[in-house]
Design a protein. Structure first.
Length: 131
């Protein structure tokens, strides 16, 4: 699975990249939403891991752009926030996120969510092949 991690914190990027690679997936990194949008238009990703608060284009704006693009509209999103999951539930865009995770990231929680989304992706691909 090809995964794009979007976070303006290099340490967070490195931690998530190591976790994702340890599960056998490919990972690309983007430093903000604008960088990620360019990569999403060039790449073939099956999952986005997006930080909430970033310069140039925040995670909510990026998510709206990705979901509004036919090529990336069905790609699941793990949305990360330091603001608390409960705070995000009041956003009109909350339904665009497949999973929301609080920062700092707890490795076990992240890996569980990653596994759930990978399994769902493979089931979806299998249904398309068998259709």
């Amino acid at each position: 699975m090809n995964i794009l991690v979007v976070d303006d914190n290099k340490a967070v990027q490195e931690k998530l990249a190591a976790l994702i690679i340890s599960q056998g997936h490919n990972v690309d990194l983007a430093i903000n939403g604008l960088d990620a949008l360019g990569k999403a238009q060039q790449g073939n990703y099956q999952l986005y891991v997006i930080d909430h608060l970033m310069p140039l284009m925040n995670g909510v704006q990026l998510t709206k752009n990705l979901k509004g693009n036919q090529l990336s509209s069905s790609v699941p999103i793990i949305f990360m926030t330091t603001q608390g999951t409960q705070t995000l539930k009041h956003l009109a865009e909350f339904s665009l996120f497949d999973k929301v995770i609080d920062k700092p990231i707890k490795e076990k929680c992240f890996l569980t969510i990653l596994s759930e989304l990978v399994d769902a992706n493979f089931e979806s691909e299998a249904r398309q092949v068998n259709a």
